[in-house]
Ligand binder design. Structure first.
Ligand SMILES: NC(=O)c1ccc[n+]([C@@H]2O[C@H](COP(=O)([O-])OP(=O)(O)OC[C@H]3O[C@@H](n4cnc5c(N)ncnc54)[C@H](OP(=O)(O)O)[C@@H]3O)[C@@H](O)[C@H]2O)c1
Length: 237
């Protein structure tokens, strides 16, 4: 395969929502712990999230008032380092001004992951200079829109990523699904329905929906009962 094997690993409510009050309830903290344990046990080479999830999970300092008046920066992929584990951010407009080359997190499954920004060529020179100064890697996935198949190929070719966890939110999951870039689904299901209309679904494409939406069906690989009436479901293409 010319791209990583991609596993969509998420916590969902009974009705397939990935946001909502259920995620913060103490009754389900054990299941959230199961989610992080399974993340570590997959022993992947990195995880990938959409811009909204990355900003929420790993908040960065306020955007610096960056002025760049040097020569134009070539739109060439930038490999700052080859690491053991990567945090891949789908950030097409260059909104996450990372302050560090690696993730700092209490969970050892995330801490130290080297950041790769996935960009379009429309980002500013100042943003690229900032990433280079911070030692953050980046790659280009298109001029103004992302070609996710190309992005996946580059993650393998430039960084050696063989196994990648796709960890939300719904928009980035839906975008990968519609391009047939999801090989396996791993769901930690919390035994509560999340009825809010505003809750995000496991897969949605929003403005990124394309006309060639494929039927996405999977085979059940395993269904395991977890404590606190939870389930771990895995499906494969
Ligand atoms: N339950 C769980 O396991 C779990 C896991 C992860 C996240 N979450 C939750 O999910 C929520 C966020 O989900 P979300 O669906 O709103 O956002 P998201 O998928 O995290 O991020 C969406 C953004 O990523 C960029 N993006 C994604 N796909 C793209 C594509 N194909 N082409 C170009 N850009 C693309 C765009 O950034 P721009 O807007 O900058 O263009 C888009 O607006 C958060 O509340 C988070 O807590 C839950």
């Amino acid at each position: 395969m010319d791209r990583p094997y991609i596993i969509c690993h998420m916590v969902t409510s009974l009705d397939g929502k990935v946001t909502g009050d259920f995620l913060g309830k103490s009754a389900y903290s054990g299941l959230i712990g199961d989610y992080y344990r399974i993340h570590r046990e997959y022993d992947a080479d990195g995880f990938l999230c959409g811009r909204v999830t990355m900003e929420g999970s790993f908040p960065q300092p306020p955007v610096p008032s960056a002025v760049y008046d040097g020569s134009p920066i070539a739109r060439e992929d930038y490999v700052a380092e080859r690491a053991a584990f990567y945090a891949v951010a789908i950030d097409p407009r260059g909104k996450i001004w990372w302050d560090n080359r690696a993730i700092a997190d209490q969970d050892e499954g995330y801490d130290g992951a080297h950041v790769i920004e996935v960009l379009t060529q429309s980002v500013s020179d100042a943003f690229l200079v900032h990433l280079q100064k911070k030692g953050v890697s980046y790659l280009f996935g298109g001029k103004t829109e992302l070609d996710l198949a190309l992005v996946a190929q580059k993650l393998k070719r430039l960084f050696g990523i063989e196994r990648l966890l796709l960890e939300g939110g719904g928009i980035v999951n839906g975008s990968f699904l519609q391009e047939e870039l999801v090989d396996e689904i791993s769901l930690v299901v919390v035994p509560e329905a999340e009825c809010s209309e505003n809750a995000v679904s496991l897969f949605k494409t929003g403005k990124y929906q394309t006309s060639n939406m494929h039927v996405a069906s999977f085979r059940l690989k395993e269904a395991r009962r977890l404590n606190d009436d939870g389930l771990w479901l895995t499906y494969q293409k």
